[in-house]
Design a binder for this molecule. Structure first.
Ligand SMILES: [Zn+2]
Length: 432
């Protein structure tokens, strides 16, 4: 008796503590895609099967709620389902008992929602059979699932090898993972991860300053704070090999089909890599109060010499995603001569060759990376459009890289092996 009281007391206390902690946190749900191209055969089969079993279990319980909605069912190794040929037995192998418990809890919740609605006088029916279950609750962190953040993977109960998860970098450093759901969508499988994040940390991670981007060929993105971002999305060697192979094979033969499928998978891989790179760059830029770009900078180039090169770098994708994602995106007129103007004194050069990687100002003596000079110019011109006066005076005469920015950049971009971050050189000589 004393023991149980003690235990109850402890649970009560820990609940109270959690409640206290949650006051200073906010819950956020992250939608993370399972990388299908990285799955092996067994994992693909498991994912397919686990949703089937969830449907069987759900319908099994719904068919006889008074007798089946109980902890006994959570242990069930098989269920009876109705088919056009009568009743059949189906094995439950992939669902763990916690997952089953989660599904049953959901039915309980639905029932209680129904009865609440009924009490309010709303006309309600019964729970219906499902032709498909699209979501499986994963209740306890570290039991039904375990996020392996450094490996970009998640371990799911009853599945031996962890699966690769895209977008885990979005999770802030000190986030507490509460629960998850396994989701099936037409375009693939997802994990919805519910996390608690300290309010204080979110505030710290917001960067209260504007940032301008210069898009280029040599360095794909140069930010006005001096950070240069390069990324590599090229056709892989494997893809070229496969294409060569395909050209030698007899059309519509079995092997031809097989090679074709392999090529499609390879394209998917490249596509995923590109998406992941774009996601990371965008989640970094989202931290800034304002993002400034020169409009149509890319379109001009696409028409010109560098069309092919630009296409391969996926810059166009980044820009259109920026336009969709950032509410505070400011674009500068494309006719502004951002490459010719000195970002310190405003002197305009007659011409600057594309091969000149450094901008040297004859008037004030500024020696600066060419792209960085442009980025700062875009920042200056763009900020004239901003009404907030406090933000206008930031980083205008020289690139400013704060520790917060440095940390955020390293955290977000550092986890992708195809992104390289470097810093633009800046030698500011004394004015003549
Ligand atoms: Zn100058």
């Amino acid at each position: 008796m004393i023991v149980t009281l003690d235990k109850k007391q402890k649970i009560k206390e820990s609940l109270k503590k959690t409640k206290e902690k949650r006051k200073n946190q906010i819950a956020k749900v992250y939608q993370l895609k399972i990388s299908y191209s990285n799955l092996n055969k067994q994992q693909k089969q498991w994912l397919k099967r686990v949703f089937l079993e969830a449907k069987w279990l759900y319908n099994y319980v719904i068919a006889d709620i008074p007798n089946r909605l109980n902890p006994q069912t959570e242990k069930a190794k098989q269920v009876e389902i109705k088919t056009p040929n009568g009743f059949e037995i189906r094995e439950i192998n992939c669902l763990s008992s916690q997952m089953k418990q989660g599904i049953l809890d959901r039915i309980r919740k639905n029932l209680s929602d129904l009865s609440k609605a009924k009490q309010k006088g709303i006309k309600v029916g019964k729970l219906k059979f499902k032709s498909q279950v699209r979501s499986i609750p994963l209740k306890q962190n570290n039991i039904t699932f375990k996020v392996l953040k450094n490996k970009n993977r998640i371990k799911l109960q009853r599945l031996k090898k962890p699966v690769r998860l895209l977008g885990l970098h979005q999770l802030p450093e000190n986030s507490y993972i509460a629960k998850a759901e396994l989701i099936k969508k037409p375009d693939g499988y997802y994990i919805y991860l519910t996390c608690y994040i300290d309010k204080e940390q979110i505030k710290q991670e917001k960067i209260n300053k504007p940032i301008a981007i210069d898009f280029g060929i040599k360095h794909q993105l140069t930010l006005s704070n001096g950070i240069k971002i390069n990324y590599f999305i090229e056709e892989t060697k494997r893809l070229r090999k496969l294409q060569k192979k395909l050209s030698r094979q007899k059309k519509r033969s079995r092997n031809y089909q097989k090679t074709k499928e392999k090529i499609q998978r390879e394209y998917q891989k490249i596509y995923n890599r590109r998406k992941d790179i774009q996601n990371k760059i965008i989640s970094l830029l989202k931290k800034y109060k304002y993002v400034l770009i020169q409009d149509e900078q890319i379109k001009q180039w696409q028409r010109g010499l560098f069309g092919k090169q630009i296409q391969n770098t996926g810059i166009g994708g980044v820009i259109s995603r920026l336009k969709q994602n950032l509410e505070t995106l400011i674009s500068v007129d494309r006719y502004e001569a951002t490459t010719k103007i000195c970002s310190r004194c405003g002197n305009k050069k007659e011409d600057i060759k594309l091969s000149d990687r450094t901008y040297k100002c004859e008037v004030c003596g500024l020696v600066i990376d060419r792209d960085l000079n442009s980025a700062i110019n875009i920042l200056k011109i763009g900020l004239e459009k901003v009404e907030e006066t406090t933000i206008k005076n930031i980083g205008l005469d020289r690139p400013e890289l704060t520790p917060v920015e440095r940390k955020a950049t390293a955290r977000i971009l550092g986890s992708n092996p195809y992104i390289r971050v470097s810093y633009a050189s800046l030698k500011q000589e004394a004015p003549n």
